[in-house]
Design a protein around this ligand. Structure first.
Ligand SMILES: [Zn+2]
Length: 606
């Protein structure tokens, strides 16, 4: 399974990696007792059943059964193969690995192609940044950013750059460095002239905003024209490495602040993020020039439950904010919407009034989504006009009918009833009418999640037959204790009654035989079958006493070994009943004697 990476290297990387750190990059974890819990990234859920055990360096989801160690986590969440997972963690922990040749030529080719594109983005990020900061061509861009309040630190942190007004600035540098221009053009960094097939710079006379994937690798650019020109923004096209609906701008820099504050501020554009971050409001992200997608909502939800949307106050911003709110609530977030005063956008506001006032007066004063929508419906309507008033009330009632929480529904209904002196019962009736209509029209939509449900964390315990439990407990102890494993090997060997248990036992025997010490996370690497990994991670998470007495072990072993005998006895019991039905009492008595004998043997055998 380990490909060509030497075993010692893999071990070194595993030892210097903390699975809690690795998983925290993707899931917001909270400590509960010895373990950490969070929402499973592999299946949709609103109550955390995904657990990480730092002492064992493994994870397991009690909801969907996913489980494994840090390597398997990256394989599952990033789609890496084992070698890529090892390389990625090696990089993180600063352990150098020899160049690895993949055996499947297909994936090797894709990897090196991806690699070229990553490198080209990285190279151009540095090149454009250099041009902006250090060269006379960058003067105009520096002045432009300076005037808009961008500090040196912001430019550095977000690696802002300048693509000069030239057809071959980037092209010639890339050519000199032997980049395959066709590939680089495919990734949207260059363009191709129809008439002679020559490549030229796609980004010209633009401030360049690198866009990173969640791991902090630049994978695209947004380019804003300096001065007049079209289009105002030119962005990289979508590629295999860059799907803008899946990334959030700034996320790789701000993720830890979001987790720390347990709150994310969702802004509209790059500039808002840079200004906020540069002024000390660091728990910010922006969607990438599109309406917030489901994937982006989920990405945020894994970091925090609480999101404040802070978009521009114009009509487009208001509409986008309510749509984003719906998407985030669907993903299980608790959402509020901040209103920008006086037509300012967040960037203007922070530069004018400072970050402190932004946090206190704008973010702190954010309203619930419902209150925000009510204000939007109200704006531009003359509520003393009966027709407009009725239209307003209907819009609000429709919105109320979509609220998942009964207390909230009641709150706004009462508010509405009071404000317009209406009968509460009539409003309730109307809401339930809207609810039914809404349900009909979106029966296929996923159910809204109840945020409160996640507080009542509860793991269902499966009821298993005794022998199966015994096998599981034995394996769990064997994974933790070499001596137990040796004893079981001697007495049970391969005689587990469930195939998967037999397989895990066999792996354990050979794991210890190869001189390893008990180490659940390391053991999991030996398991090639993902199904076995799942079972092993579940067993490893079992709550067991530290020490198991010989008596207990003996009982479990007996249950495992006796199980086939018990099956036989059960069959004989059936035969005895059949004989009695046929009134063949001689035969029945004979079988009864045999059964007695079998049971006696079971007892004597221990
Ligand atoms: Zn799960």
């Amino acid at each position: 399974m380990s490909g060509r990476i030497p075993e010692e290297k893999i071990e070194a990387i595993r030892r210097s990696t903390d699975i809690v750190d690795v998983i925290s990059d993707y899931v917001q974890l909270k400590k509960q007792g010895r373990n950490f819990f969070g929402l499973c990234p592999f299946h949709g859920e609103s109550t955390p059943s995904f657990s990480v055990a730092p002492d064992k360096q493994i994870y397991h989801c009690f909801g969907c059964g996913a489980g494994g160690n840090a390597f398997s986590f990256l394989m599952e969440i990033e789609g890496y193969n084992f070698v890529e997972a090892v390389q990625s963690l090696g990089q993180k922990s600063g352990i150098d690995l020899p160049e690895v040749q993949e055996n499947q030529s297909g994936s090797a080719k894709t990897n090196s192609e991806n690699d070229t594109i990553y490198k080209a983005h990285d190279f151009l990020t540095k090149l454009y940044n250099h041009c902006m900061v250090k060269t006379p061509e960058g003067e105009q861009a520096r002045a432009y950013l300076n005037e808009r309040g961008f500090t040196k630190e912001m430019i550095e942190k977000f690696q802002l750059g300048f693509a000069p007004d030239s057809w071959d600035y980037a092209t010639s540098y890339l050519e000199k460095r032997n980049y395959p221009l066709a590939k680089v053009a495919d990734a949207g960094l260059l363009a191709k002239r129809e008439f002679d097939g020559k490549y030229f710079d796609r980004f010209r006379n633009r401030i360049m905003f690198p866009i990173w994937d969640p791991k902090g690798r630049p994978v695209a650019f947004g380019g804003r024209i300096i001065g007049d020109g079209e289009p105002k923004y030119l962005n990289s096209p979508e590629t295999k490495l860059f799907q803008k609906g899946k990334f959030l701008y700034g996320f790789h820099l701000t993720r830890s602040a979001i987790r720390l504050k347990d709150q994310a501020i969702l802004l509209e554009g790059y500039v808002d993020v840079i200004t906020a971050y540069g002024n000390g409001v660091q728990n910010v992200v922006a969607s990438l020039g599109t309406a917030l997608t489901k994937d982006q909502a989920k990405l945020l939800r894994r970091q925090t439950e609480s999101v404040v949307i802070c978009y521009d106050s114009d009509k487009a911003g208001t509409n986008a904010a309510t749509r984003a709110a719906d998407e985030l609530m669907e993903a299980g977030c608790y959402v509020r919407i901040a209103k920008m005063p006086g037509g300012l956008d967040p960037d203007d506001y922070i530069r004018t009034y400072g970050a402190e006032r932004f946090e206190k007066d704008v973010i702190g004063a954010a309203s619930t989504v419902m209150a925000f929508k009510m204000e939007v419906f109200r704006s531009g309507k003359n509520l003393s006009d009966e027709g407009e008033r009725i239209r307003y009330i209907e819009e609000v009632l429709k919105e109320i009918s979509r609220l998942p929480n009964a207390v909230e529904r009641d709150h706004y209904l009462r508010q509405l009833a009071e404000e317009f002196s209406l009968s509460l019962d009539a409003l309730k009736q109307q809401v339930s009418q809207f609810f039914k209509e809404g349900k009909k029209s979106k029966d296929n939509a996923p159910p809204k999640r109840d945020n409160n449900a996640r507080k009542n964390f509860y793991v269902k315990k499966k009821l298993l037959p005794a022998f199966q439990n015994a096998e599981r407990i034995l394996l769990a102890y064997m994974m933790r204790d070499l001596e137990v494993a040796e004893k079981v090997q001697e007495e049970v060997g391969g005689s587990f009654n469930i195939d998967e248990h037999s397989a895990i036992a066999a792996y354990l025997y050979s794991f210890y035989a190869n001189g390893h010490e008990a180490d659940v996370s390391q053991f999991m690497e030996q398991l090639t079958d993902p199904n076995l990994v799942k079972i092993a991670s579940e067993l490893a998470m079992m709550d067991l006493n530290n020490d198991v007495s010989d008596k207990e072990l003996h009982d479990y072993i007996r249950q495992v070994l006796n199980y086939p005998e018990w099956i036989k006895i059960e069959e004989r019991e059936k035969e005895k009943k059949e004989a009695e039905m046929k009134q063949d009492f001689v035969q029945a008595a004979k079988i009864a004697m045999e059964i007695l004998e079998m049971k006696k043997n079971l007892k004597n055998s221990f």
